[in-house]
Ligand binder design. Structure first.
Ligand code: ATR
Length: 264
């Protein structure tokens, strides 16, 4: 029987997940499919849930899905959101693989190797930032500071915060700067002005547009820059590992995105 995977969300026709998962499924020679469940209300998805072996969850259902889960992994409890559900013996188990994707991004781009110790700045305090903060708890010697336009939201997530208006002035003390807001997705804009940065610093933007002002500006000043593609692939690979116990073909996933192919 064909193994069935999918993505639950709203307005997700743009999603790259079918492309990534499709490439991996093909590469593994699996008899499996990955389809979109683009629903206005989560209730519309519920009849499909039992037909799936595993599924991903995106906005706006990353919290709402928990009502329908039987077990909740500790990463979900810590981050407050679920992006992966595994169906096992009729039970729905909620996981978060976004943080694993981000950790893999750090690993694959040599960031963990470059910095045994680091001062890290995270910009933004939304759902994406929560996954990043959780991943950074695995980096024992990283000292993390959080900046957000709404300071109170940052204070809820971290004891170590700075005023948003101070970010541009303080950039030069940070080894790693991580941009987690969606500023720059629809317009070519950056949430902060980048004037002076630390030598050999790394700037990461979780978005994956080809041109991101935050990365372009920091690159001009000498930073190493990384966009969110590796995190996107990493979270998908970890979902696949949880669902099947198999290792995903990361290169096939990357190739599919680069070539703009959709073999599934
Ligand atoms: P996500 O789940 O993608 O992280 P979210 O939970 O809606 O999305 O969070 C969006 C984040 O982007 C927030 O940190 C938000 O800042 P506020 O808490 O002050 O709203 C940040 N953000 C959105 N637009 C912004 C802008 N123009 N400048 C700075 N930060 C912005």
């Amino acid at each position: 029987m064909t193994t069935q995977f999918g993505l639950l969300g709203r307005n997700i026709s743009y999603s790259l997940s079918p492309k990534i998962h499709g490439a991996n499924i093909n590469s593994n020679g699996m008899d499996a499919s990955y389809r979109l469940f683009d629903v206005k209300r989560i209730e519309e998805f519920l009849p499909h849930m039992e037909t799936l072996d595993g599924f991903n969850v995106t906005i706006p259902y990353k919290e709402a899905i928990l009502t329908y889960c039987d077990e909740i992994d500790r990463s979900v409890k810590a981050i407050g959101a679920c992006n992966t559900v595994k169906r096992e013996n009729g039970k729905n188990i909620a996981y978060n693989t976004d943080w694993v994707g981000f950790y893999q991004l750090l690993e694959q781009n040599g960031v963990l190797k470059q910095f045994e110790k680091a001062k890290v700045l995270v910009i933004g305090a939304g759902g994406a930032a929560k996954a990043i903060l959780y991943a950074l708890t695995k980096c024992e010697n990283y000292e993390v500071t959080l900046a957000n336009r709404t300071l109170d939201k940052a204070k809820e997530l971290s004891p170590n915060v700075i005023e948003f208006s101070m970010v541009s002035e303080t950039l030069e003390i940070f080894d790693i700067v991580i941009q987690t807001t969606n500023v720059g997705v629809k317009t070519y804009a950056s949430p902060i002005e980048i004037k002076k940065i630390k030598e050999n610093s790394v700037f990461i933007d979780l978005n994956y547009q080809q041109h991101l002002k935050f990365l372009d500006d920091s690159k001009k000043l000498g930073a190493k820059t990384i966009n969110g593609i590796d995190m996107l692939i990493g979270q998908a690979a970890e979902s696949f590992r949880l669902w099947t116990g198999q290792v995903a073909d990361i290169q096939a996933m990357k190739d599919a995105l680069e070539k703009g192919e959709n073999k599934c």
